[in-house]
Write a protein that binds this ligand. Sequence first.
Ligand SMILES: NC(=O)c1ccc[n+]([C@@H]2O[C@H](COP(=O)([O-])OP(=O)(O)OC[C@H]3O[C@@H](n4cnc5c(N)ncnc54)[C@H](OP(=O)(O)O)[C@@H]3O)[C@@H](O)[C@H]2O)c1
Length: 433
Amino acid sequence: MSSPTSQVDKSGLDQQPAVKIALVGFGTVGTAVARLLYARPGQPSLKLTHICVRAAERKKVNWVADRVCWTEDIEEVLRSDVAVVVELIGGLHPAYDWVRQALEARKSVVTANKQLMARHGSELLELARRNRQKLAYGASVGGGIPILSGLAEGLAGDRLLKICGILNGTCNYIVTRIEAGAAFAEALREAQQAGFAEADPTDDIDGFDARAKLVILVRVGLKAEVLPEDVLCRSIRDLSSIDFEYAHELDCTIRQVSRAELRDGKLLVAVEPTLVSRRSPLAAVAGGENLILSHGEFGGQSVFSGLGAGGNPTAVAVVSDLLHIVRYPSSGLSPAEEPAVTPGEVSSDFETPQYLRLVVKDSPGILARLASILSKHHINIDAVLQSAGQDKAALPFVITLEPTKSSQVEAALAEIRKSSFLLEAPLRMPILR
Ligand SMILES: NC(=O)c1ccc[n+]([C@@H]2O[C@H](COP(=O)([O-])OP(=O)(O)OC[C@H]3O[C@@H](n4cnc5c(N)ncnc54)[C@H](OP(=O)(O)O)[C@@H]3O)[C@@H](O)[C@H]2O)c1
């Protein structure tokens, strides 16, 4: 990090030298970070000197100090004496180039950008190490929940083996609305109207947003490096309220669950809709909240929960990263910056009980046919559930399976999908008890 300037922030309560910072991006999070910096004059060690954003002239606000330089030109920030660049534009481009350039210009970087840190994190952390700078990304997972510092520092004494969580508030809002009886399309529309979901909600509902966060959690918590595209990602689009009815009969509910487990050097990892026991903390996560469970070999389970998004919670995480950099400027690598290793194998082939929902045109012999295919694939049926009063012309019923590998079930489903009695593609979900 460039050395703190000897200049003193006159708005501060003490006379510590101020560390100059630049905000790059002035949207939901950038604005909230600036407001937080001004709202806490007890943090005189941080001095906002630059705001770099598109159409800077139009974005100017009167509550930012006059001395702050507004610019559209990242070069102006890179040439300046700011010590820390806070990247809050999101996306891969130009964020990737700008973060690289900032580190090469010997500036530390704080970012909330999960896509950037999932895809290029290890390379950027290495670049930061080579340039003796910090790259902090606590806001990239879980919004205001101190999950990355919790895993990296709070649980540093343990060997973490499993991480499991609800990492996308939009998805959680939608699944809880479907649970309350809304159809998927209606729940999505409500999420968009409530400002939870983007106009293009693909990243959230198809699991890509949660996958990026899971990749980062795996790096920091399990010390394993995995590429986003190597992580199985399954959408919540096919969920319907009948699935919740059957899940409740099994004393479960359904959530989009991201989970990773290290076993004998192999990494199991997936993001998918999952039945979770109603007694699990995952089942209690309401609306847009996030919750992460970690499991350590020695310390057992820890739970982290809170607001996983939103300007203010995310700004808290960004400012906490800034304060960490200011307080420990030359303490070497922080635990979240330590290199992770590539696991021997990456797979999504978890072995769990499974839920299969089939919609069929009812006729005699269907169950026998399904049982025969499952048995051919060495899969044991646990139970068959059929709610009373369903339309026999399009009958949704459920088969639960004893613990089985996902790959085994998928092989059986490939055969089941060819059956003429099926009216819709079967829906498979793992069951976590
Ligand atoms: N919002 C949340 O709740 C939340 C939570 C956790 C993490 N994050 C992460 O935080 C980051 C920022 O999110 P956000 O919600 O604040 O996004 P946002 O509201 O869309 O703000 C992005 C800001 O960056 C500016 N920008 C975008 N591309 C630019 C470019 N090429 N050059 C200059 N300025 C550019 C935008 O300007 P324009 O207005 O002109 O587009 C806007 O000021 C993202 O990485 C996001 O994933 C957000």
